[in-house]
Write a protein that binds this ligand. Structure first.
Ligand code: PLP
Length: 404
């Protein structure tokens, strides 16, 4: 079955049929499950048998969506001649999945090597909670091979490289096979936040990743209707013991209704991603030629430093782009004031086009020097390009650009 068809199915090949013959995945909206017999449940509590017990542990709707996302991330990939054996765990949010990954995979004293331009709350997690649990972070430019290698060489306690590719908001692309080879050579692992790509555009396991996380809140759900996060790995022991236990104990599980909403979004993932990407490519070209724009960051443009890398690693370069306006902060604020069609908000991956001006919105409390160090200039605008008619988006941008 092709990737596109897999997305449309509620029951995958090999799944048990629904006992009532339901066509669409049922929402098992129940907190607990009835015990078949004292003996059977005793085995389950002892970890010897499997049955649904309590929805914080596992739930049939959530399980079905985990299996589907695992099938999409593993699509077409093989290990020892067999389908890549991926396990997935769904969480209440992307942050719940990311924190479970760090807490389950690393011990106090061990370190994470990452770049500064990852999602702000992930940086906050690393610098506060993980730091107080004795897990420190080392920040380097992950596109610089020698900087990555010397960090790993100098510090044997680095056990994980963590990156987002494309990253936020300057859509930097990292060479995943270079990072996974270095991680392997130095006894570390590679974890990739694949939120900006979705498995339709990029499969990090193809390039040697050990762990993948997503904020499913974004492209996977695709409609802005539910928060969620997913953690995937081929290490069954890690997933079934450590990561599952982390979810069970800390209670960061997803729930049946939100998993079901996510599943509905997955059905149109390929169609949506194609349109997000074709619209983004058109708008990137339009913006690149506009006299009010200093620079456009989009890996589909030949001017982008990672143009060839994105071509190798991704099916298409994604639906998020950013651009720097001439005229800095004042231009950024004026531009935002004249936007009428696009929506001013900070999430991404919904059908409508979303625009943020980090310097006056999401990053207003970040010191300017720190912002600039990560390429977030005063006039930087980030767009999550939607699936509307591209002319409507272009006309809105044209009007707002003329107003500055
Ligand atoms: C790349 C990336 N990773 C993780 C997260 C966190 O996900 P959530 O908001 O679902 O907790 C976000 C949220 O915007 C994100 O953009």
């Amino acid at each position: 079955m092709t990737f596109e068809s897999l997305c449309t199915r509620d029951f995958l090949p090999g799944d048990d049929p629904d006992p009532y013959g339901a066509h669409i995945l049922p929402v098992y909206q129940t907190s607990t499950f009835v015990y078949e017999s004292p003996e059977k449940i005793m085995d389950v509590f002892r970890g010897k048998g499997k049955a649904y017990v309590y929805s914080r542990w596992a739930n049939p709707t959530v399980d079905a969506v985990e299996r589907k996302i695992a099938a999409l991330e593993a699509y077409g990939l093989k290990k020892d001649g067999k389908e890549l054996p991926l396990k997935a765990l769904l969480f209440s949010s992307g942050m719940a999945a990311i924190s479970a990954l760090f807490m389950a995979a690393l011990k106090p004293g061990e370190k994470i090597l990452t770049s500064g331009n990852i999602y702000g709350t992930t940086v906050e997690l690393l610098n506060t909670l993980m730091h107080s649990h004795g897990i420190e972070s080392v920040y380097r430019d992950l596109s610089d091979k020698s900087a990555v290698e010397s960090a790993l060489e100098e510090d044997a306690m680095i056990r994980m490289i963590y990156c987002e590719s494309p990253s936020n908001p300057t859509v930097q692309i990292y060479d995943l096979s270079m990072l996974s080879e270095l991680a392997q050579r130095y006894g570390a692992t590679l974890a990739v936040d694949n939120t900006f790509s979705s498995p339709y555009l990029q499969q990090p396991f193809r390039w040697g990743a050990d762990y993948v996380v997503h904020s499913t809140t974004k492209y996977l759900n695709g409609h802005g209707t539910a928060l969620g996060g997913i953690l995937l790995s081929t290490d069954a022991g890690f997933m079934e013991e450590k990561a599952w236990k982390m979810r069970k104990i800390l209670g960061g599980n997803s729930n049946a209704l939100e998993a079901w909403l996510l599943n509905n979004g997955l059905k149109t993932l390929p169609l949506r991603m194609e349109k997000h990407c074709s619209n983004a490519a058109l708008l990137a070209l339009f913006l690149e030629s506009h006299r009010a724009v200093e620079k456009v960051h989009y890996a589909g443009l030949e001017s982008h430093p990672a143009y060839s890398l994105a071509k190798k690693q991704m099916r298409l370069p994604g639906g998020v782009l950013s651009f720097e306006l001439k005229g800095g902060l004042r231009a950024g604020i004026r531009f935002m004031k004249h936007i009428r069609f696009c929506t001013l908000t900070s999430t991404l991956g919904t059908p409508d086009t979303l625009i943020t001006h980090p310097a006056s919105m999401t990053h207003v409390s970040v010191p300017k020097a720190q912002r600039l160090a990560h390429g977030i200039g005063d006039g930087l605008i980030r767009m999550s390009v939607g699936i509307e008619n591209a002319d409507d988006i272009k006309n809105d941008l044209e009007r707002a650009l003329a107003a500055i």
